[in-house]
Design a protein around this ligand. Sequence first.
Ligand SMILES: NC(=O)c1ccc[n+]([C@@H]2O[C@H](COP(=O)([O-])OP(=O)(O)OC[C@H]3O[C@@H](n4cnc5c(N)ncnc54)[C@H](O)[C@@H]3O)[C@@H](O)[C@H]2O)c1
Length: 271
Amino acid sequence: MSYNLLKGKRGIIFGALDENSIAWKTAERVFEEGGSFVLTNAPVAMRMGAIKELAAKTNAEIIPADATSLEDLENLVEKSMEILGGKIDFVLHSIGMSVNVRKGRHYTDLNYDWSQKGWDVSALSFHKVMQTLYKKDAMSEWGSIVALSYMAAQRVFPDYNDMADNKAYLESIARSFGYFFGRDKKVRVNTISQSPTPTTAGKGVKGFDGFIAYADKMSPLGNASAQDCADYTITLFSDLTRKVTLQNLYHDGGFSNVGVSDLVMEKFEEE
Ligand SMILES: NC(=O)c1ccc[n+]([C@@H]2O[C@H](COP(=O)([O-])OP(=O)(O)OC[C@H]3O[C@@H](n4cnc5c(N)ncnc54)[C@H](O)[C@@H]3O)[C@@H](O)[C@H]2O)c1
């Protein structure tokens, strides 16, 4: 269903890798709601080619950018304004990667060069994106910036590894930069703390099948899917949420406020 919520709005969407990506689903929903945007991803991710399919069906142009490179980000922001014909109304940061997770290094045995790389990609890149937009005065008044987070920023999920620390840092950047973006440019900045979701990044976490099933049984509404996340994100890009800022917004079917559920207790009561 379409409500024309984003008619005339222009944006930049980071992180659509394949059709399972949260950013992919969000791009499709933004398009349905009448928004126009530039798609971007790391140059290495482009080589896989799937993003071209998404660009074709959403009338979007693709500009490659490594989100850790200020030069790439400056080029991205300038070109996006040219292509879209004005300042940017919405930005989705849907980027995450831990080298330690990828290579199976345990949290008690981190390779710190890999930690720094993962932190740069997953957390500091959010600051770099916002600083570039801010310095270029590229955001429209009442624009909206959203990044994706996970509850391991607040609570222990042992196999989430150094991504837990990266998410805590990401959420802090949203508040700290969001203050200045709000005060100076009337732009809002929030993170969405999403349920475990079967995407390339999600499935890379050890024990993913166990914790997605556990989260589903703990949540009164069940896990939120990537499609549900796309629906939520478009509300945050719309004019209906103008005074929501500096928040970490749980989008998890209620998981974050449940101590234990009947379904989980039943598992422990089994003989
Ligand atoms: N899948 C989950 O369970 C889950 C849960 C909560 C939050 N998240 C977050 O959602 C976001 C999107 O992940 P997803 O689950 O859709 O997985 P995904 O693997 O589809 O997306 C991750 C994206 O990050 C991009 N990326 C990696 N390095 C980059 C770089 N240097 N520059 C630019 N882009 C780069 C990848 O190319 C990819 O498109 C991430 O922040 C992730 O941590 C995911």
